[in-house]
Design a binder for this molecule. Structure first.
Ligand SMILES: Cc1cc2nc3c(=O)[nH]c(=O)nc-3n(C[C@H](O)[C@H](O)[C@H](O)COP(=O)(O)OP(=O)(O)OC[C@H]3O[C@@H](n4cnc5c(N)ncnc54)[C@H](O)[C@@H]3O)c2cc1C
Length: 481
């Protein structure tokens, strides 16, 4: 007889496993189904291993600028790419094991295999179509296997996979997705990165630090197109200063492959086509939801542009079926997935005062060098929405800590509603801004105003002082510039 659960979650990425932990905390009998790797893309192929790679890049960059800090390094420090990749895979493996531990600790049953919804309240788990290839990410022990399982509530948390452009499909050899880019056997001498969203620009930054000749091709007029243009202009200048070539309003139209290199035909805004030859190309043109082979059509779950349609609590149009994380649409970020998982499960458990996920307050971080981070509206978006705004800015060049760090190229920019003083958006580029942005996220979540921020004491000397100064600048009260 099929085993009964309160909640079954399909997919153990940050959306799924966090939802499972919370469901168990709330006393719901919970199982999670996974076909490939505990922790999903985030822990195994996304957020975490890229940050490990970028940390190696950062250490290398610092070492190669040792002289700037009065330090002497005999010769040039170089990267052992195999060891860099091994470290990154090791970090992933440690966290993958951590998810297994969390499932056990929270008494969440792990079911190994590929899940399909056969009807509301029932799933069938079959053989995985994705064999585990990573020796460091083994199938956990004491798990359940193929069969039929029942649950009052089924949460789809199946994530996303790389999107491909027709005619420029990744082949795993010359054209990489993030999977191949994450563990190169050797460094290419030259690399084209198609797409300058967070994933593309992080890999471009990593490979550039490793000494690779990198060309970024972006179809939009600015890199990191969702970010504020003022911030991305500074980031672009810094990336170019590091030797990265960047083409914007430019489109890869054709690829010609040779034995161990490729030539990209790149059409620029003026209609001219230039040919760029490189050893490898990374296709980073976005991701698409994993909605296939889940039985969604048969059950009648509504999808739109490759994602499951949900309300603010993760509910689909079919009672008892929910979706969270990347498969439920943008922004496709791990913290959005986690938050949606918690909201969804708390609503299922009938907790009072559960607020729907507010996508306008999801921060975005890009860990290239220099880092970029933001929350809320860009200046252009605020204007487009007809908001009457006040804008404040503070340059890192006037911040003592940034200068002491040797990282004085950066900006903090804030956008307030002129009438109410509501903080509408914050945008940062420079050292450690991915850690700092959370200050503004908390402020926005508490619906703070300029007055409260101006009366908040920021520690000195820290780069966070740029945040207060930017707020003061919006009201003509800047102190250190
Ligand atoms: C290179 C890269 C870098 C990134 N960096 C960041 C970052 O710095 N910060 C950030 O916030 N986000 C980052 N992301 C995005 C982040 O990884 C995703 O937003 C996040 O993983 C989404 O979580 P999820 O739980 O929705 O899905 P996933 O993490 O994709 O997990 C889904 C899981 O479901 C499983 N699954 C799918 N179908 C089935 C099925 N039928 N049966 C059983 N199991 C199934 C999959 O095997 C997978 O393990 C990055 C992504 C990439 C690719």
């Amino acid at each position: 007889m099929a085993e009964n659960y309160d909640v079954i979650i399909i997919g153990s990425g940050p959306g799924g496993y966090v939802a499972a932990v919370r469901a168990s905390q709330l006393g719901l009998k919970t199982a999670i189904v996974e076909r490939e790797h505990l922790g999903g893309i985030c822990l195994n192929w996304g957020c975490i291993p890229t940050k490990a790679l970028l940390r190696s890049a950062e250490v290398l960059d610092h070492a190669n600028h040792a002289k700037d800090y009065g330090l002497v390094l005999e010769g040039k420090m170089t990267a052992d790419v195999k060891a860099v990749v091994a470290r990154s895979r090791g970090v992933s493996a440690r966290l993958n094991g951590g998810v297994g531990f969390l499932m056990k600790k929270n008494k969440v049953d792990v079911i190994w295999g590929e899940a399909k919804i056969t009807k509301p309240g029932e799933i069938v788990v079959g053989k995985s179509s994705k064999p585990v290839v990573e020796p460091q990410n083994p199938v956990p022990k004491n798990i359940k296997g193929e069969g039929t399982y029942n649950a009052k509530h089924i949460i789809i948390a199946t994530g996303a996979r790389p999107r491909a452009l027709p005619g420029i499909e990744p082949d795993g050899k010359l054209i990489w997705t993030y999977f191949e880019a994450m563990k190169p056997a050797a460094l290419p001498k030259s690399l084209i990165v198609m797409g300058s969203g967070a994933i593309g620009i992080e890999f471009a930054s990593f490979y550039r630090s490793m000494g690779v000749d990198v060309t970024v091709v972006e179809v939009m007029p600015t890199i990191m197109p969702v970010e504020d243009v003022e911030v991305t202009a500074i980031a672009r200048k810094q990336l170019e200063k590091r030797g990265m070539k960047i083409l914007t309003s430019a489109k890869v139209t054709k690829i010609e492959k040779a034995a161990d290199s490729l030539t990209a035909h790149v059409e620029t805004a003026d209609g001219k086509v230039q040919q760029i030859t490189a050893d490898r190309m990374i296709s980073a043109v976005g991701v698409q939801g994993n909605i296939e082979n889940l039985g969604l059509e048969a059950v009648g779950v509504k999808t739109d542009r490759g994602c499951v349609v949900i309300d603010g609590y993760g509910k689909t149009n079919i009672a008892g079926i929910y979706a969270i994380g990347d498969v439920a649409g943008p922004p496709m970020l791990a913290h959005k997935a986690e938050h949606e998982g918690v909201v969804c499960v708390e609503k299922i458990a009938g907790l009072p005062n559960v607020h729907p996920t507010d996508k306008g307050k999801v921060p975005g971080c890009t860990y290239c060098h220099p880092q970029v981070a933001s929350v809320g509206l860009t200046e252009a978006k605020a204007k487009e929405l007809g908001r009457d705004i006040r804008v404040g800015r503070f340059s890192f060049a006037a911040n003592g800590k940034a200068i002491a760090l040797g990282e004085d190229q950066g900006l903090c920019k804030v956008i307030f509603d002129k009438k109410t003083g509501e903080l509408l958006g914050a945008h940062m580029v420079g050292a450690e801004v991915t850690e700092l942005i959370q200050g503004f996220v908390v402020a926005m979540n508490l619906e703070t105003t300029e007055e409260e921020l101006m009366h908040t004491i920021f520690p000195h000397p820290t780069v966070s002082e740029t945040m207060k100064e930017a707020v003061l600048d919006a009201y003509g009260r800047v102190l250190n510039a």
